[in-house]
Design a protein. Structure first.
Length: 372
C-alpha cells in the first residue's frame, strides 16, 4: 500500500477482519501499548467489527495517563513562584493534579503558557530574560530526544533562565511493571509505532523471550491495526512468540540511532513513579550532571503535597484489572466535560473512549457499518 487512503480502505479492513475471524478459535485478550492504537480502533469502529472472541484492552502506554500526580503537583507549585513561567504542551495542561490542573491555574492568573515543543519554551526564555521559564517535559523517548536536543542548544547559547521539569519515562518500563505484576494475563501486545521509531523493535525482545508474549508494532490507521491483529493471532496460533514490525515504513530493529545518541547525551536513567504502579526502578529519565543547570527541581525549590482523588481507579484501569465501568465516578462525577482522573482527561484515554462508545453520541466512526 502506497497512499494514505489505502490504509483507510473499508474493503481492505473488512477483508482483514474476515481473516482474523478465521483465526479466532478461542477467547484472546490483546493489550494495546498506547492511546493512538486504541483511539483508532474505537473511533473507526474496528472494535465492533472484530469477532467477540478478540478483546482489545488499552494498556498503560499513553504518557497523559501514566504521568504521576506528584509531577503535576510539582509543576503547579512552581507556577506559584514569583517571576516564573510554566510552559507545557497544550494537550497536557488539563492533566489533573491533587487539586487542579495547570489549565485551571492559568484561569486563576498564573503565568502558564502553551509550548507545543521544548524549542518553543526555549524561545520564550530567550524573549523573557527577566523570568524563569520552566518547561514541563512529559512523554517517552520520542519526545525526550527532542527535549535533549533543545537542552544542548540552550547550553550552546548560554541561556540562563531556561529549565526542564523532567517527567520523561522509559516506555518499556510500563510493560516490565505490568508483566511482573501478573495481575491480568493477556495473549499478545499491540505496540505503538511512534515511540518505536526511536527505541526500535529490539527494545521489546525481552517481552517475547522472558514472558513468551507475541508482539507486533502497529501503524496508526485502521488497516495497519487490523493487519497487526492478524499478525498477532498468527503468532499465537503458531506458538512462536516474537517481535514483528507491521509499521515497516517507519520502524527499524535498531530504531533511530541519532535520536538515541542525543537522548543518552543529555539524560540518564533514574527511578521514577508510574500512575497505577507506584515506584518503579529505572523507569524515568533525569538530566545528567553535565546539564544540571537546566534542572527545574534543582533551580526551583518547592514543597509538594500529593493525594490521589477519592474514588478514582485510573491505576487499576491502566493495569487492566478493572474496566472504566467499574469506577464509581465513571460517566457521572468524572466525564469528558469535568475530568477527575487522567484516563478521562485524555481524548485517547481508555475512559474517554469507553464513555463515547457507550454514549448515544458516540464516536463509532464510518467503518462500523462494515460489521457482519
Amino acid at each position: 500500500m502506497t497512499y494514505l487512503d489505502e490504509f483507510r480502505n473499508p474493503k481492505l479492513a473488512k477483508g482483514l477482519v474476515k481473516r482474523i475471524t478465521k483465526l479466532s478459535s478461542r477467547n484472546m485478550k490483546l493489550l494495546t501499548g498506547g492511546g493512538g492504537v486504541s483511539g483508532v480502533a474505537y473511533r473507526s469502529g474496528l472494535v465492533n467489527m472484530l469477532p467477540k472472541e478478540v478483546k482489545i484492552i488499552q494498556g498503560p502506554g499513553c504518557p497523559r495517563s501514566t504521568t504521576p500526580i506528584k509531577l503535576m503537583d510539582h509543576a503547579i507549585a512552581i507556577s506559584d513562584l514569583p517571576d516564573t513561567v510554566v510552559a507545557i504542551h497544550g494537550g497536557f495542561a488539563t492533566i489533573p493534579s491533587s487539586s487542579k490542573s495547570l489549565d485551571a491555574k492559568r484561569a486563576e492568573g498564573s503565568d502558564i503558557r502553551t509550548a507545543n515543543s521544548c524549542q518553543e519554551a526555549l524561545n520564550i526564555a530567550i524573549g523573557n530574560p527577566e523570568k524563569k521559564i520552566v518547561f514541563v517535559a512529559l512523554g517517552y523517548e520520542i519526545t525526550a530526544s527532542t527535549v535533549a536536543s533543545t537542552v544542548i542548544e540552550a547550553q550552546r547559547k548560554e541561556v540562563e533562565n531556561f529549565y526542564v521539569l523532567s517527567g520523561h519515562l522509559i516506555f518499556t518500563s510500563t510493560f516490565r511493571a505490568l508483566l511482573e505484576g501478573k495481575e491480568n494475563p493477556f495473549d499478545g501486545l499491540l505496540l505503538p509505532g511512534p515511540v518505536s521509531t526511536v527505541i526500535g523493535s529490539r527494545a521489546y525482545d525481552f517481552i517475547a523471550e522472558k514472558y513468551k508474549l507475541p508482539c507486533v508494532i502497529a501503524g496508526k490507521e485502521i488497516c495497519d491495526i487490523a493487519l497487526s491483529i492478524y499478525m498477532l493471532l498468527k503468532q499465537i496460533e503458531e506458538g512462536k512468540p516474537r517481535v514483528e514490525i507491521q509499521y515497516t515504513s517507519c520502524v527499524k530493529e535498531e530504531g533511530n540511532l541519532k535520536a538515541r545518541q542525543i537522548l543518552n547525551e543529555v539524560f540518564e536513567v533514574c527511578d521514577s513513579s508510574l500512575r497505577g504502579f507506584g515506584a518503579v526502578p529505572k523507569s524515568g529519565l533525569k538530566l545528567r550532571q553535565k546539564y544540571e543547570q537546566f534542572d527545574a527541581e534543582r533551580a526551583c525549590k518547592v514543597k509538594v503535597e500529593t493525594k490521589e482523588p477519592k474514588g478514582c481507579i485510573c491505576g487499576e484501569v491502566l493495569r487492566g484489572v478493572s474496566t472504566p465501568s467499574d469506577c464509581p465516578l465513571f460517566g457521572t462525577t468524572c466525564n469528558p466535560s469535568w475530568t477527575i482522573g487522567p484516563c478521562m482527561d485524555n481524548p485517547q484515554g481508555v475512559c474517554t473512549l469507553a464513555y463515547h462508545s457507550h454514549s448515544s453520541t458516540g464516536l463509532l466512526g464510518r467503518f462500523s457499518k462494515l460489521r457482519g
